[in-house]
Design a protein around this ligand. Structure first.
Ligand SMILES: Cc1cc2nc3c(=O)[nH]c(=O)nc-3n(C[C@H](O)[C@H](O)[C@H](O)COP(=O)(O)OP(=O)(O)OC[C@H]3O[C@@H](n4cnc5c(N)ncnc54)[C@H](O)[C@@H]3O)c2cc1C
Length: 300
């Protein structure tokens, strides 16, 4: 059996600043060859394997930056999640579990317990994998990314944040500081479900998040559907959403909307599943999520 030859790791400098201005200064002074380091569960693997990203000449750890920490919720302002909040912290957070359940669903399935303790929400978003498990929930809650850079801060709707696999709107020297999620209306239920070949420690072949707000007589006031791993970036299924809004929730309506969602996906086929199989999974998973989200909305 041929042994895999270890690639020698290129040396790089490592910085661990104590504040956001210090981190931004470092990125500004040292230039575009560097990278932010959060939990390192994507970055360290990518640097070791090589090829996907150029080896950074320096890393700036975000772990000590107080400005990127914390989960805060108020009815008026909604949810604010610091970029370095870990998957474990998000999955265990009371406001997230109670009011942003689809996001808790996504956070609590990222890798193993050890992965969840290291992996951050900001890292999941900035790595920009089409299969990222917090991405569809963030799309359904219409999160806004707060980006800090040398010229101050700017807000970017999460739907505009991803440009392609591993590509985002972040410019050199910019950092994701936090995510802001508006308060969902009353009688809203959300869910995220992913399909994987293995039960654990696998990435989504298809991921679906659904958020439904129900009114009088089970009328769907608002519908949000987002899909992972079926396009170059996580996407909203807007035609399927439109097919639901204003109508009474029913099995037939859910089946019709799920069928519509398959037309909005543009999956590729790979070793983990053909394009046709992925479309099939979009349909069955969306239908299941619609049913579950409606139940959660009724129970809320
Ligand atoms: C064993 C294992 C299992 C995994 N399972 C899953 C899974 O089930 N689902 C899933 O979605 N992912 C999974 N992943 C991928 C990874 O854990 C997640 O994407 C994680 O959230 C990345 O966060 P991080 O803090 O480790 O990011 P890092 O690796 O530190 O960073 C990732 C990228 O984002 C950039 N970055 C990080 N934070 C910021 C910021 N605030 N501002 C600007 N840029 C930033 C970094 O420079 C880097 O390019 C798995 C990884 C491993 C190793």
């Amino acid at each position: 059996m041929a042994l895999r030859k270890e690639r020698p790791l290129k040396t790089f400098e490592y910085f661990a600043p104590d504040s956001l201005p210090e981190a931004l200064n470092l990125l500004q002074e040292r230039g575009a060859e560097g990278r932010a380091l959060a939990g390192g569960t994507d970055l360290v693997v990518q640097v070791k394997e090589g090829g996907k990203i150029p080896t950074p000449s320096y890393l700036v750890s975000l772990r000590r930056l107080p400005e990127l920490r914390g989960i805060n919720f108020s009815e008026r302002d909604g949810l604010r999640i610091g970029a370095t909040v870990t998957m474990t912290e998000a999955a265990e957070s009371a406001p997230i579990r109670e009011r942003y359940r689809a996001l808790a669903d996504g956070a609590e399935i990222v890798g193993s317990i050890q992965t969840m303790n290291m992996a951050t929400i900001g890292g999941n978003v900035c790595n920009a994998a089409p299969s990222a498990d917090t991405a569809p929930p963030l799309l359904t809650y219409e999160a806004v990314a707060v980006i800090a850079g040398p010229k101050g801060e700017r807000d970017v709707p999460i739907e505009e944040f991803w440009l392609g696999p591993n590509q985002t709107v972040l410019q050199p020297g910019e950092l994701l500081r936090e995510l802001r999620l508006p308060t969902p209306p009353a009688n809203t239920g959300g869910i995220y479900v992913r399909q994987t070949p293995r039960k654990q420690m696998d990435i989504a072949v298809v991921g679906v998040a659904v958020l439904l707000t129900l009114g009088q007589g089970d009328r769907i006031e608002r519908a949000r559907i987002a899909l992972a791993a079926v396009a170059p970036t996580p996407i909203r299924a807007r035609k399927a959403e439109a097919a639901l809004e204003g109508k009474a929730a029913s099995e037939a309506l859910f089946a019709e909307a799920a069928e519509t969602a398959t037309t909005e996906a543009s999956p590729i086929g790979d070793v983990r599943g053909s394009a046709e199989f992925r479309r099939h999974l979009v349909r069955v998973t969306t239908e299941r999520c619609l049913r579950e989200a409606a139940q959660r909305a009724r129970a809320s």
